[in-house]
Design a protein around this ligand. Structure first.
Ligand SMILES: Nc1ncnc2c1ncn2[C@@H]1O[C@H](COP(=O)(O)OP(=O)(O)O)[C@@H](O)[C@H]1O
Ligand SMILES: O=C(OP(=O)(O)O)[C@H](O)COP(=O)(O)O
Length: 402
């Protein structure tokens, strides 16, 4: 890791801090989530060290319903750090500059949603972003720039890649820990078994990971929609869109060939479910995959036997990486696969990383402690890119900054 961290920064300075507070919004209400808790640690440290802090963050995308002001985010952050947090409805105009001017040591100010400001979008080269009025106006107001937004570091936006080119730049605590844990697959050596459990709804994520790090993983154990695509490719009459959701058919049409190629090249590393669960009259019903004779079954989870096998493999592993839920864990009766495997990982003294917003939610929902894992990532897209070895532009500019 070559970027500078908060350990390299003298106390009491004026700092511009990029967080990722992008959150679910329900009926206009921003929902508290893991991202606030994580970034709160960085902000609390800065407050304790008497920094004057201005926060940049984005919420949603222009045109979408969750594209809202950051005023609620400021309140939620204040609750987490148990300290006042102000919000100004402006990002780099006169109103923002007045509020920044008034900042004293220990103050925290959240600037308005960066995606509401000119120059933040679209994605362009860091050199272009560094020249925007956005960056050129804010940079001289601060002694240093801190990027804590690992989970947005795959976006080449002004607030993420422009500032490190024109001022001293540092990684925040979230950036530091996410980077270290998520690049472990590429950089760490493990003596024994390395297992990756993957599920969820996105076939491209799973295919990308197998394609890129197949040599570093001994066994991929699959569930979720992704696992069903691999079952179908092995000839089982499995995979069916439930209700209006098009989770299976389109992905099957787009990925059939590549999945068949993966099975041919790496079949011995890939384990799919040998039993699965579906819903009937509101109950969980389990069936052996060899006994499935119709495509009409909406499979919601891996079976209990398969879950136990995956858990056993996790217990024997030196390292386990998890991406994507193995079933629809939000419904308790279909949580068996996800929870059985996560609990086994939690109880085992292996190096463990769990990624993906939905998957990590299962940890909280089913009473597990985050401390039982080496790392629970708050990143979705950035985690996948890290696993597949893709560089994150926001990390690269930090590494090249000093
Ligand atoms: N068999 C299944 N059918 C439908 N959805 C599933 C199935 N298995 C898992 N899922 C869903 O996958 C979601 C997680 O998918 P994904 O977005 O890929 O992971 P993450 O958010 O962890 O990156 C969960 O919300 C879960 O309900
Ligand atoms: O939530 C985010 O991405 P994620 O859902 O892939 O983790 C980041 O804030 C990036 O947001 P974006 O995908 O609108 O650029």
């Amino acid at each position: 890791m070559t970027f500078q961290t908060l350990d390299d920064l003298d106390d009491g300075q004026r700092v511009l801090v990029r967080l990722d507070l992008n959150s679910p919004v329900e009926d206009g209400e921003v929902q508290d989530n893991r991202r606030f808790g994580r970034h709160a640690a960085t902000i609390s440290e800065l407050v304790d060290r008497d920094f004057a802090v201005a926060v940049m963050a984005h919420q949603g995308r222009p045109g979408d319903e969750d594209f809202v002001s950051l005023s609620q985010h400021a309140d939620i952050l204040a609750d987490h750090i148990d300290h006042d947090v102000d919000h100004v409805a402006d990002t780099f105009g006169g109103e923002a500059l007045d509020a920044i001017d008034a900042l004293e040591g220990g103050d925290v100010l959240v600037l308005e949603n960066t995606r509401m400001a000119d120059g933040e979008l679209p994605e362009e080269e860091p050199e272009v972003k560094a020249e925007t009025e956005f960056v050129q106006t804010l940079a001289p107001e601060f002694d240093a720039y801190i990027n804590d937004a690992y989970s947005a570091a795959h976006r080449s936006h002004a607030s993420l890649v422009g500032f490190p080119l024109v001022m001293d730049a540092y990684a925040g605590r979230v950036m530091e820990t996410e980077y270290q844990a998520n690049t472990a697959i590429a950089e760490k050596e493990f003596d024994g078994q390395v297992t990756m459990a993957m599920g969820g709804t996105k076939a491209t994520d799973v295919i990308g990971v197998i394609d890129h790090i197949g040599d570093k993983i001994d066994d991929f154990v699959l569930g979720g929609i992704a696992g069903q695509l691999f079952l179908r490719a092995q000839g089982y009459p499995i995979g069916y869109d439930v209700g209006d959701m098009d989770l299976f058919t389109t992905q099957w049409e787009n990925n059939q060939e590549i999945i068949e190629d993966i099975l041919e090249e790496r079949g011995d590393q890939i384990t799919v479910a040998h039993d699965v669960a579906y819903g009937e009259d509101g109950e969980r019903v389990e069936v052996d995959v060899d006994d499935v004779d119709e495509k009409g079954l909406g499979i919601m989870d891996i079976g209990t036997d398969t879950a136990e096998d995956y858990a056993e493999l996790a217990r024997e592993s030196d390292a386990v990486f998890v991406k994507g839920a193995l079933g629809v864990f939000e419904d308790e009766k279909f949580s068996t696969g996800t929870v059985t495997v996560l609990e086994a990982v939690a109880e085992t003294d292996c190096f463990s990383v769990v990624g993906g917003g939905d998957t990590s939610r299962a940890i909280t929902m089913y009473g597990m402690s985050e401390d039982s894992f080496d790392h629970v990532s708050i990143a979705g897209g950035a985690y996948i890119r890290a696993l597949t070895g893709d560089a994150l532009i926001g990390v690269e500019v930090l590494q090249n900054a000093n």
